[in-house]
Design a protein around this ligand. Structure first.
Ligand code: ADP
Ligand code: GN1
Ligand code: MG
Length: 355
């Protein structure tokens, strides 16, 4: 019996699963929850140990997910299906919290873009997802992580981690620290736009990286947007930008060889074509103008979050080796600096698509 089977069989048995459990194994590449594949003699499920340090109000979190998935299901959109516990709850409460979803079969998740068409399809799907969320009553949502994409707040958190330097690691990443510090004057534009109303506040997904979408294994078209933990009020710039951050790169988020890491403008174009086609009726002129900036912002924000976590001793993102977060921060910084040099080209692409 596997180590995971021994540890988690009792947990899985508290959910309304069909069949007898055959195996439980770790699954996927998420950085936040512990994700397990549960196989029974009838079907497969995803069971997650929820990260309650990151999401400290699991009741509200699961109420958000149930609300959004019911909204989507009622419209015939494929989405996560929450499997209740035998006590009829949406998740198992305790010192550790768990939830179970149906495993969405015949799908794949990509950790890196290998095909422009797949990335374009993901853009279309995230754009359509934005449209579905526009019909969702925002007052029914709890903000699961406050100020999630408030970059000036993220920068303040970064500076606090740098000042504390609890692991004495600042000396190992001075160039990266200097990059983040020297770009302070670029961090405020999205929050300022939301504050003065020049950017509309929408309901957004907020974590739109490519591995948070399941693509059909045969057609490579998007099947379902997943990882619904961070659905909250936000800006379209966040959803567009985070997809570009992760996907419009020539390398994985944790590529160690920076010579392999480049911002790929053709991938930007492919995603923008898919996304903009889906949101063309709702995107405002100011949002369209700021899509390139949003891409840069989400990238450098993620870079400062990885670097802050490295400085704090890796307490937030799951890591596989000692300087994993530093490696991730470096790729984001490389991408952000290349994006800065490509604003004009990105703007022309967006303008052409939307004309
Ligand atoms: P995290 O919050 O840690 O990123 P996710 O909810 O994104 O966790 O899940 C991690 C990975 O597990 C996803 O990238 C995807 O590959 C896989 N996954 C999650 N839910 C399902 C599902 N219902 N069906 C198939 N695969 C899933
Ligand atoms: C985390 O949960 P996951 O792995 O899909 C993080 C995102 C980061 C991303 C970087 C709740 O996403 O904000 O952009 O890692 N999610 C949370 O890969 O913090
Ligand atoms: Mg995820």
């Amino acid at each position: 019996m596997s180590e995971y089977m021994q540890q988690y069989k009792n947990v899985a048995e508290q959910f309304c699963l069909l069949g007898n459990i055959l195996s439980i194994e770790p699954y996927g590449e998420g950085h936040i929850n512990l994700t397990l594949l549960v196989t029974t003699d009838e079907k497969r499920y995803i069971m997650q140990k929820m990260n309650t340090r990151v999401f400290n109000d699991p009741d509200s979190l699961m109420a958000n997910i149930c609300g959004v998935t019911q909204h989507l299901t009622a419209r015939g959109i494929e989405t996560l299906n929450v499997i209740p516990t035998k006590a009829g709850e949406s998740y198992l409460k305790g010192d550790e919290c768990y939830r179970v979803y149906d495993f969405i079969e015949n799908t794949v998740t990509y950790q890196k873009v290998t095909d422009k068409e797949v990335f374009k399809n993901s853009g279309k799907a995230f754009g359509e997802f934005q449209n579905y969320l526009a019909e969702f009553d925002a007052s029914k949502l709890t903000e699961t992580i406050k100020r999630f994409h408030d970059t000036p707040k993220r920068f303040a958190d970064f500076k606090a981690a740098l000042t504390a330097d609890v692991c004495d690691r600042a000396k190992t990443c001075q160039a990266e620290i200097d990059f983040i510090l020297s770009h302070e004057n670029t961090y405020g534009i999205a929050m300022a736009g939301l504050a003065d109303g020049s950017l509309p506040l929408r309901v957004t997904h907020n974590d739109t990286k490519l591995n948070n979408i399941l693509m059909d294994a045969e057609t490579n078209k998007a099947r379902a947007v997943i990882d619904l933990d961070t659905i909250m009020p936000g800006s379209m710039l966040f959803d567009f930008g985070d997809s570009i951050r992760f996907g419009a790169s020539t390398a994985a988020e944790d590529e160690k060889d920076l010579d392999k890491v480049h911002f790929d403008i053709d991938l930007f174009k492919a995603y923008a074509e898919g996304y903009c086609a889906a949101v063309k009726d709702s995107i405002t002129a100011r949002e369209a103008e700021l899509l390139p900036y949003g891409s840069y912002l989400m990238t450098i924000e993620c870079g400062m979050r990885f670097l802050a976590d490295y400085l704090s001793g890796d307490t937030y993102f799951a890591t596989k080796y000692t300087d994993h977060n530093l490696v991730r921060a470096r790729t984001q910084i490389r991408l952000a600096s290349e994006m800065e040099a490509s604003f004009q080209a990105m703007s022309e692409i967006v303008a052409n698509i939307l004309k």
